[in-house]
Design a protein around this ligand. Structure first.
Ligand code: GLY
Length: 316
């Protein structure tokens, strides 16, 4: 049965959502639409929370996480803490299609896999992102190697500075930049995709919820799909996306399902608390989203209108 396709996304998915919707309306699969939408977001240099131009870890290196989950099979593939590849969502797709015995590759292994599958290395740290990093590190007692007179030699100085930065990390100000995209195609397949550069100035090797099935991404075609942005550690502790889909399975309204998951996450102690947000799409095309701050929005494009609707997220 052919149905009207729909694609939804988090804040700043606009950079790619129209392309995903255009593909869906011309009969493309949800997988193609989600990948294409997120690639455009990853290539958007103005966005400092995803792909090229993303904010680096505490050592000044851009490490990316991305995942895909397919609703009909619950196949999941992700890469975590991958460096030097501009489109981690496409590397995740290659894992999905060529390495189905595994769900998650991280670090060097993910980079080896990307190289073996023909992805080209590129520099992900833009001048603007580096300037933001140096400005964040500047208040540290030590300084960034090469930026000021070193008090410690070489890499030791750098590591000391970076560790100090991680120790004094305060909750991130304002919405986080991870991008979620969920598509339902005309054949009725649903795919959830998530891509991020993660927690700014994170400890090297930190992998967030965006690469973890059930935490930042979950999709079960019987009920729907959900994804999260914001403090990934909270989402991992409550299995946020899976928890939203479990609520859909019980027949809850999509908006209420999102609100209840966030309310549960808000009960957890977390001195580094920053906001967690979530959105979901049901297998019959209903959607909802929630946030802890007013003014938060999400994006929807239906395949029959191709018009971008920016809708308010419900408050918890
Ligand atoms: N939700 C994105 C992250 O925590 O990395």
């Amino acid at each position: 049965m052919s149905r009207v396709p729909i694609i939804i996304g988090s804040e700043r998915s606009e950079a790619g959502l129209a392309e995903g919707a255009r593909l869906l309306s011309s009969g493309a699969t949800a997988l193609d639409a989600v990948e294409a939408a997120l690639r455009r977001c990853e290539d958007n240099l103005e966005d400092h929370f995803i792909g090229t131009g993303g904010l680096p870890n505490a050592r000044g290196e851009v490490e990316l996480d991305a995942s895909l989950m397919v609703g009909s099979t619950r196949a999941f593939a992700a890469v975590g803490a991958i460096k030097g590849y501009a489109n981690p969502i496409s590397v995740a797709r290659a894992v999905l299609e060529n390495l189905s015995q595994h769900c998650l590759l991280v670090g060097e292994g993910a980079e080896l896999f990307a190289e073996e599958h023909g992805f080209e290395r590129s520099e992900l740290l833009t001048d603007t992102a580096r300037e933001l990093f140096v400005a964040a590190l500047a208040p540290s007692k030590q300084s960034v190697e090469g930026e000021n007179t070193p008090a410690l030699p070489g890499d030791d100085l750098y590591r000391t500075s970076a560790r100090e930065l991680v120790r004094r990390l305060v909750p991130h100000d304002g919405p986080w930049g991870t991008v979620n995209v969920i598509a339902l195609d005309e054949a009725g397949e649903m795919v959830v995709g998530v891509s991020t550069s993660g927690y700014p100035w994170k400890y090297p090797g930190r992998v967030g919820d965006s690469a973890i099935a059930g935490a930042g991404n979950y999709c079960d075609l019987r009920y729907g799909g959900a994804a999260c942005t914001g403090r990934g550690e909270l989402s991992m502790r409550v299995l946020g996306a899976r928890s939203v889909v479990d609520r859909l399975a019980k027949g809850e309204d999509p908006t209420a399902a999102c609100q209840e998951m966030l309310r549960e996450a808000a009960t957890l102690p977390d001195i580094f608390r920053s906001e967690l947000r979530t959105l979901c799409l049901t297998a019959d095309g209903r959607h909802g989203a929630a946030a802890g701050q007013s003014g938060a929005t999400y994006n929807v494009i239906r395949g029959d209108s191709l018009e971008l609707e920016v809708l308010p997220r419900a408050l918890i």
